[in-house]
Design a protein. Structure first.
Length: 259
């Protein structure tokens, strides 16, 4: 079981109007794809994928609830709690990998694509968002290889969803692997397209999470738990999982449709 460490926020970077990255130092080692539980004093603890995994670590938060809205007000020098690292990591294979990030999910694949490029793999990245002003980490991805952008409103790049652009690239190019994170309906389309092409695919899945260590069962997906069996799952499991892209559980444990 991981211990809680209270750390100082070293730097806060605004990625877009609702998303910030918080940098901190911690003694643990971590791998691309893993996450931490972030304790926001006087509020709650929330899971956050690590968008930076080096000596200076970081997570990227989209302000969309009480705790993340409170976190958005934190500045360099403030202190937060970090519990982790938790979960599994991406297993990068092959020489040419397609990374697909939608919305804030783009943050979850950044460390993995940098790791892939560092190992000499050919990296192609799709980054999608609702509109131009919400595209994040584009420059960071461009340093590693070819980047394709998509926006729902057509204000930048491909007019449409990131999943549609990824399907188009899979149709005309050969890839050894696909890695994705973003809205679950988007990931379901990417996973289905990759499996249809017989291309290995991994997706980082998000679920409501309370404990992060496999006790509360809040983050169940099919017969597995996102916090200990994931958050990274392969296409073989996801393509057969009744929940993926269809159902999740709310805070009370009630099964509800994925939106």
């Amino acid at each position: 079981m991981s211990n809680l460490s209270v750390v100082e926020v070293v730097k806060v970077a605004t990625e877009c109007h609702h998303t910030k990255t918080f940098m901190f130092r911690a003694g643990f080692k971590t791998k691309p794809g893993q996450f931490v539980m972030v304790w926001v004093p006087r509020h709650d603890e929330v899971p956050m994928a690590l968008s930076y995994v080096g000596a200076l670590k970081g997570f990227t938060s989209h302000s969309q609830g009480e705790t993340t809205n409170a976190l958005a007000k934190f500045k360099a020098g403030d202190r937060i709690g970090i519990r982790g690292p938790l979960g599994n990591s991406f297993d990068l294979k092959g020489k040419r990998i397609l990374f697909v990030g939608g919305g804030t999910g783009a943050a979850s694949i950044m460390a993995a694509l940098e790791d892939a490029a560092r190992k000499g793999k050919k990296v192609v990245t799709v980054i999608g968002a609702k509109t131009r002003g919400e595209l994040i980490f584009v420059g960071r991805a461009e340093k590693q290889g070819e980047v394709h952008l998509s926006t729902d409103d057509g204000s930048e790049g491909f007019h449409g969803f990131a999943s549609a652009l990824a399907v188009k690239l899979l149709r005309i190019h050969k890839f050894d692997q696909v890695v994705t994170c973003g809205p679950e309906i988007m990931m379901k389309k990417v996973v289905d397209a990759a499996m249809g092409k017989k291309v290995p695919v991994q997706a980082s899945v998000e679920r409501f999470m309370k404990c992060g260590i496999g006790i509360c069962d809040a983050c169940s997906i099919g017969d597995r738990l996102v916090c200990v069996d994931g958050p990274v799952f392969d296409g073989g499991f996801l393509s057969k999982c009744e929940d993926f892209g269809r159902f999740r559980r709310d805070q009370s444990g009630r099964r509800m449709a994925v939106r």
